[in-house]
Design a protein around this ligand. Structure first.
Ligand SMILES: [Zn+2]
Length: 135
């Protein structure tokens, strides 16, 4: 059973620190790509959202295999090459690459949020813990 991690409303109290039963289920609906999508409502701000709100495929019309896209990107395949392989348009591939990159950035930020550096670090032009005036 899916449990929403937080309220998608950035102005709601449950966005940053959801606690207890902060939402209730309000039914479900189906689309051509997903047979059953659970709907929720926040008890504090009354915003409605669904399981798709937290999905990488939010507001898409069909699913594409992200592992295939990622494996071809790693091997330097182009957008046109991927569009031929997956039989979709180049703009769809660009959209999925953008979604994938946002997920990678969020994962990186989440993984490094607890990281404490004991000394200044500079790697490939990225600077962390170094004063901006000195760069
Ligand atoms: Zn809320």
């Amino acid at each position: 059973m899916f449990h929403p991690p937080f309220c998608p409303n950035p102005h709601c109290l449950n966005h940053f620190s959801p606690s207890g039963h902060w939402f209730f289920r309000t039914g479900s609906y189906s689309t051509q790509t997903s047979p059953r999508i659970q709907k929720f409502k926040c008890k504090t701000c009354h915003l409605s959202f669904s399981t798709r709100t937290f999905s990488i495929d939010y507001w898409t019309h069909f699913h594409l295999p992200y592992t295939t896209i990622l494996s071809h990107l790693v091997t330097s395949s182009g957008i046109r090459d991927l569009s031929r392989i997956l039989k979709v348009s180049c703009s769809t591939i660009s959209d999925r690459i953008r979604r994938l990159s946002h997920q990678c950035l969020a994962s990186s930020a989440s993984l490094t949020s607890d990281m404490n550096l004991h000394e200044d670090l500079v790697a490939d032009g990225f600077v962390k813990g170094y004063p901006k005036s000195a760069v």
